[in-house]
Design a binder for this molecule. Structure first.
Ligand code: AOF
Ligand code: ZN
Length: 375
């Protein structure tokens, strides 16, 4: 991640901001339409810097990180430095402005990561701090801070969610075998990682082809994280998903949203609604859901991050329409063979043309690469 250095920030500032960014991961996917923000309050009484208060945006989005960190620091906040991964808010929402709280607590310096694009904040948070006599250093590790809030930032600025395409590829570049349902391409460590990605996403999306072939549940099944399953979305223009599918049968426990075309059979629609599903009637072109419209609707419903999990056609459609922001590519050791294999159309050229690797890892025997869009 190419974070720009700043002349006013010392080594300790970078270290504490990096720690704040790591801490902000704690509530990823749990803060509703609010981003998961972290605040560290650090003071140095001559014997080296010490963290005296820390906070991360609470589950559900409130209280904000600053409120929690200031409450912990108490009087120790006076004269301290606050590290905030996002510009402190300036608006009277359901809580009073964090920028005013930092001033009132007597904080001396604020070191901030990303600027908040929310029209109620954008620059005004910094202005309140400065007017209150606080030294403000903006944009420290801004790219890393923004990376963890990409969904929030995308929803605020582009009015659509951030889209991550998750793919498990065989050693010869296939995502499955023709005519077969789910196939174990990657190992257990990769699968656990996928379930963690689900837990940290607002929604997970598949096409009707995958729903029919695999009959998946798409929930997060990591021990302890079962309650963190995202909204499940199926692209199903003609409402072909059976009421007896694992998805529909679990619709009362985990939300299931069906994107169908506006002229889909009204009786089938009603049956889905009665089974606990939410219907998203969307324009469709040649039997395919118009993705830009659907994404706009999802953003309006509060969805900031979408994990696209299959299959080949859906992946190809998102890629060719330029709607993928991030690719999570898991590569296993299994060979499938070209004749029987199913591939995502144009995957390699899309990656080469529009994406750049941002993270690499090994999960057991599998290789993992995350790609983000080229600037
Ligand atoms: C902060 N600290 O921890 C977060 C912030 O509905 P409200 O009142 O909670 O306001 C939501 C807005 O607050 C959101 O759009 C973003 O601008 C900001 N998020 N701000 O100072 C935090 N999560
Ligand atoms: Zn706030």
């Amino acid at each position: 991640m190419a974070d720009a250095p700043s002349s006013k920030a010392g080594k300790a500032d970078l270290r504490f901001m990096a720690a704040a960014i790591r801490y902000s991961r704690r509530h990823l996917g749990l803060t509703g339409t609010n981003p998961s923000v972290a605040t560290l309050i650090v003071r140095d009484d001559g014997r080296g810097p010490v963290i005296v208060g820390r906070g991360v945006t609470a589950v559900g989005g409130r209280p904000h990180a600053e409120t929690i960190a200031l409450a912990e620091a108490g009087e120790k906040a006076r004269g301290a430095t606050a590290y905030v991964t996002l510009e402190p808010c300036a608006h009277h929402g359901r809580t009073p402005p964090c920028a005013e709280a930092l001033v009132a607590a007597g904080v001396k310096r604020v070191v901030a990561g990303a600027t908040d694009p929310d029209a109620r904040v954008s620059g005004r948070g910094y202005a309140i701090l400065r007017e209150g006599g606080i030294e403000v250093i903006e944009g420290i590790l801004a790219e890393s801070a923004a990376d963890l809030m990409a969904g929030y930032l995308m929803r605020s600025s582009a009015k659509r969610p951030e889209v991550t395409l998750k793919l498990a590829l065989s050693a010869d570049g296939m995502i499955g075998r023709k005519g077969e349902g789910q196939l174990a391409i990657t190992g257990p460590v990769s699968r656990a990682q996928t379930h963690l990605m689900r837990a940290q996403s607002d929604a997970i999306l598949i096409g009707i082809g995958t729903a029919l072939a695999d009959d998946p549940t798409l929930t997060c099944r990591l021990p302890g994280l079962e309650q963190r399953s995202p909204v499940r979305i199926v692209l199903d223009s003609d409402l072909r998903l059976p009421l007896s599918s694992a998805l529909v049968l679990s619709a009362s426990a985990v939300p299931l949203w069906i994107a169908c075309s506006a002229d889909a059979d009204p009786q089938k629609r009603q049956a889905m609604i009665d089974a606990g599903c939410r219907i998203l009637a969307t324009e469709s072109i040649d039997g395919r859901i118009a993705l830009p419209e659907l994404l706009e609707d999802l953003a309006a419903l509060g969805i900031a991050t979408v994990l696209v999990e299959g299959g080949a056609d859906v992946a190809g459609q998102f890629l060719s329409e330029g709607l993928v922001d991030r690719i999570a590519l898991f590569e296993g050791e299994v060979e499938i063979g070209r004749e029987n294999g199913v591939a995502v159309p144009g995957l390699q050229s899309h990656i080469a043309d529009s994406f750049t690797p941002s993270r690499e890892a090994r999960f057991g025997a599998d290789r993992f690469t995350e790609f983000t869009r080229k600037p």
